[in-house]
Design a protein around this ligand. Structure first.
Ligand SMILES: [Zn+2]
Length: 182
């Protein structure tokens, strides 16, 4: 969610303004409601990501909404009432039809361009690939042919590859206007 997601106060419908106010860390300008004091905190949204290891390859997928031609990790938003582990298993199943047989946390990264926090897992997956309508294509790449974006989920992929002894080529991330997902 970007800082422009709210125009009006969700509590009283007054137009929000950027107002400085003293908080625990000192004065801070945020979108606030001048009538009732509601504050748009704009906290980052958690996003789950998976380095899917399938048939001794890395599965990268292309999102149908992307203008660029790059392939990336399977990602999705965490839903209310589920653990991060449940969430990434669900996303992997929904988007690729694969079953996760082993799950390991790779790490947590900021993705400031999208105001997200990326929680990245390695997932050992089995089954038959059937893509959801959200994905238009996928690739199964040998470990030494995977290239990584220098931001967002690419950092998680690079860390996992390095842990297995592969030094990936790092690419510039797609342009900021090229997609709306990490
Ligand atoms: Zn208000």
């Amino acid at each position: 969610m970007t800082d422009t997601a709210f125009t009006y106060c969700p509590a009283c419908a007054t137009a929000l303004r950027r107002i400085a106010q003293v908080e625990d860390g000192g004065p801070k300008e945020r979108l606030r409601c001048p009538a009732c004091g509601w504050t748009h905190w704009n906290n980052p949204t958690p996003v789950l990501a998976a380095v899917i290891q399938y048939r001794d390859r890395i599965l990268l997928a292309r999102n149908a909404a992307w203008k660029h031609k790059m392939y990336a990790l399977v990602t999705g938003f965490m839903e209310a009432g589920e653990t991060p582990e449940d969430g990434i298993r669900r996303e992997i199943k929904e988007e690729t039809n694969l079953d996760t047989v082993e799950l390991n946390l790779i790490g947590v990264w900021d993705f400031q361009r999208m105001n997200q926090v990326i929680i990245a897992y390695h997932a050992l997956a089995r089954g038959e690939v059937m893509l959801s309508p959200e994905l238009v294509d996928y690739k199964l790449l040998p470990y030494d042919e995977v290239k990584c974006w220098s931001a967002g989920t690419g950092q998680a992929l690079a860390k996992w590859l390095r842990g297995r002894g592969y030094e990936p080529e790092m690419l510039d991330a797609p342009r900021p206007d090229a997609d709306r997902t990490p």
